[in-house]
Write a protein that binds this ligand. Sequence first.
Ligand code: FMN
Length: 184
Amino acid sequence: MTVSSATDQKPFLYVVVCASGVAADVGKLINAARQRDWSVGVVATPLGLTFLDAAAVQEQTGYPIRSTWRSPGEARPLPPADAIAVAPATFNTINKWAAGISDTLALGILCEAHGMGVPTAALPYLNAAQAAHPAYARSLEVLREMNVMIGSYEPHRPKAGGGADRFRWEEALELLEPRIGRRS
Ligand SMILES: Cc1cc2nc3c(=O)[nH]c(=O)nc-3n(C[C@H](O)[C@H](O)[C@H](O)COP(=O)(O)O)c2cc1C
């Protein structure tokens, strides 16, 4: 296993949460990760933050949710990441990430993670109409070239209630654990 940056020696997982209908269930991933001996910190996009129960997430992780850049001189609120799970990953954030746009803290972290060599998995959650846009396939291709692991969720039908019941949060851990020398 890689040496953890966290003071408690557990590997530290950033869960990047985007503004999608399933974001409110991110506690499922946090629980699963903690049970598998990760420490967890959540970074939400500014809109993603409005989809979450922030108090519950902070209680679960023991860390403040990050959503905006810190001020110069302010202490870093989270330890460095040993791995990153983007879950749920929106159409918007996937396309901006692949294009190198860094206009949210979440995207800033993701855009740098590649150069820092931080293992990263993204679990897209979007509908088939969004996925049909030609930019989406190109973005996934770019992210794969960047060694980002992509989850297996098949986009749901638009305007049909989504597919939260088949969104496998723990897939992020299954993808990441072998990359940090843990068996999944
Ligand atoms: C209730 C609601 C549910 C949404 N669900 C999704 C979704 O499942 N997937 C998606 O890609 N966008 C979804 N969107 C659209 C995104 O919120 C929108 O594209 C936003 O700009 C994404 O911002 P972010 O990528 O910075 O989090 C949803 C919007 C709303 C209001």
